[in-house]
Design a protein around this ligand. Sequence first.
Ligand code: AMP
Ligand code: MN
Ligand code: MN
Length: 333
Amino acid sequence: MTTASEADLPELDSLEACMQRAVPVLENATSVTVLCHVQPDADTIGSGLALGLVLERKGIPVQVAFGFPDELPISMRELPGTHLLVSADQVRRDVDLLVTVDCGSVGRLGRLSDRLESAHQVLVIDHHRSNTRFGSMNVVDESAESTTAVLATLFDMWDVDIDDDLAHCLFAGLVTDTGSFRWVRPGTHTLAERLLATGIDGSRIARRLLDTHPFGWLPMLSSVLGSARLEPAAAGGRGLVYAVVRREDVGDLRSEEIESVIDIVRTTVEAEVAAVLKEAADGSWSVSLRSKNDVDVADVARRLGGGGHRFAAGYTAYAGSDDIIATLVETLG
Ligand code: AMP
Ligand code: MN
Ligand code: MN
């Protein structure tokens, strides 16, 4: 027999309804693990720490972790809540609620993906277009600027007071995922204003996360950008520009320096698509993709085993750099 409430079910799946259902699940959890994605950025860490702080204040036991690498990127160490971080092997296996933040798919959890099976419930909080809805509950807002922006809405629904510590974490994700407020929509600056009004130092947060590099960054850029290539015929004649960051280019530079390269390469006006190949210690390659107008790089990355957003996506590849470029060119069509 179909009851009136069952007939209403499709409507219950709206984003707002999903959020409304997530609030009591968070509030009543007996223990929580918050997982951020591998090679964490400020959006996943800012989200993880903000949610961790809220749960801690409510007296709920909480751990925050990410699968790789072992250490938190230096630029994120000033974020409030880092005392909640535990190393990947310390993440408990018998948790009541597991929450993933800013993870579009299970693969983004790296070696912590096995923790999904032993959790009683899984809540996915995200803003990726390619999100595979791998949770038992999924709060995915594809139109949100950052996962921290999704959390700000969830906190409001949950009656959480967003103080300066929470605002610091949320602003970190907002300023980085919007490219310092370049990729914005109506409401983005309203949220930023609200977070800044708590008294946080927005300039300091942005400078530390986005504009702080050691001198060695400059010669690294020189060698990497010096070998950049333009393929005007790729992507149906719209053009591909790419650069390769080998281990020997990097030395002891941090992930912050390596991740900055795509932001320079993508400005090339002759190319609709930009790619940066980053060699990992195990010989695999992490590939960053960016587009400007009409190529959906989330779709391209998904076909190559990764994911992301329409204009910013990535995937992992296991081949020589020339072969990776050849496969990418073929996939771009
Ligand atoms: P990045 O180029 O690393 O800044 O990543 C751009 C976007 O693509 C981000 O939203 C990432 O979450 C996503 N992304 C990057 N690498 C991968 C991957 N290996 N698998 C799935 N999504 C990825
Ligand atoms: Mn992210
Ligand atoms: Mn994000």
